[in-house]
Structures are given as structure tokens and as C-alpha cells.
Design a binder for this molecule. Sequence first.
Ligand code: 1GP
Length: 258
Amino acid sequence: MVTNSLYTQFLDAKNTGKKKFVVLIDPDKVRLGKIQHVLEMSVEAGVDYFFIGGSLVVNDMLDYVLKSMKEMCNIPMILFPGNSFQLSYKADGLLFLSLISGRNADLLIGKHVITAPFLKVSPLEIISTGYMLIDGGIMTSVQYMSNTNPIPANKEDIALCTAVAGEMLGLKQIYMDAGSGAKIPISESMISAVSGALNIPLIIGGGIATPEKAAANAKAGADIIVVGNAIEKDPQLIKELALAIHQQSTTPKFQALE
Ligand code: 1GP
């Protein structure tokens, strides 16, 4: 049961230095036997949220997957839609993504205009999110499907200015993503540069495959870490990833004074 709004939870976590761990579920790749195992491990490990989505969802499994997940656990489920068809009222929230690293007008504002009337009357919590693709050393599905160029991995200044512009435009959080299955995840140095300039939560994902990298990202300033691919391959990783990320939570200053 979600008590606070999801975004309030994200902001509180950022302001108190609590690091959050998100498991990404691609509804297309879900087999219900396996998902049950992933959910059990997630509950045990203290996973904070699920993101549900994929760049290209081929099967119409979304409602069914969400319904089954809800029956099995109460970790909040947030849609991370690859396109406007990936909508279900069975989730708790939706990342309303504007692809601010690209110059594809449709993904900056076009799709949003089309989906706005449906989302306005939906029970979902809509969280506006500046979505930034960073080059991950391989052509990812999201890069191909969005028809945009990612920000080069070594151009920290471009990433920083893009994220700050997103915050100034009023977007509520920034999601920097190297894309699912990225060969090279986003560098700690880029995370640190961007995080230092933002007052809103920073989500990092794409190609994170080890607890060490997840911890390093959190230490560098990521507030929320997303892992999908590595968990699909080895669900046992969930526990180690959760521990590595949560251990990077810092004690809030006011508590340290007590
Ligand atoms: C992709 O950030 C997510 O959008 C997660 O990426 O599947 O590579 O972990 P992975």
C-alpha cells in the first residue's frame, strides 16, 4: 500500500540521502514462473520499486503481468513506457518521459499531447521525467526506436547542461540511461557532475551488471539505480545489488548531530 505519493518518497529519499533500488521488468520477457522467483527475491532484498516497460513491447501482456505482480507483492509498480500503448491502470504511477537528450519533437512533446487526456483522468500518479540517453557503446533498442543520438559518454558538459535545462523547465526528475543492455554503463564522473548540479532526483540505469558498479553510482550521486538485464540473467543478483545500493545511504545531517 503506497501511503505517500511516489514522488514525495523520491524527494524525501534524495533529501535524506537514502538510495533507492529499482528492478526493471520487461513485460515481454516475463515468464510467470520466473517472475514469481524475481518477486520473492525482491521482497526479501527490500527492492524499493519496480519499473515496468520496454522499448518495444510485442505481446499484450502488460495488464496481466501487472495484475499477477500485484497479487504476489506490494512493491510499487511504475510504468516506464517505451511508447503510448504501454499504459495500464493497474500500475501505481507512470514516468511521463520527455526525451530531452534528443531532438525528436514527437518524443519531446508530441506523444504527450496525444496521451494527456487519458492520463489526466487516470488514477496513475504521473511523474514528469527528463529522460537522457547516454552512449553506452552499443546501439540499444531505445536509441534505434527513438531515432535520436545519445549524448556522447565523455561529454559531461552536455549532459550537465541538458539535465539543468530539464530541471529549469520544471521536470520533476532526471533519468540518465545508457539503454538496456548497454556495453558501457554511465561513468561515475558523469553521474557526479550531473548530480552536483541538480536539486531534483537523479535516476541512473543501463548496463549496470555488478553490485560494485551499482554502489559506485550511488556514491557518485545517483539517487535511484535501475537494473534490468543483469537480473533477468541472474535473479540471485537482486540481494547483492540491493545491499550494495542501500549501504551507500548517508546519514542525514540532523541525525548526525543528535
Ligand atoms: C534500461 O535503465 C534501464 O532503460 C536498465 O538497463 O537492462 O541494462 O539494466 P539494463
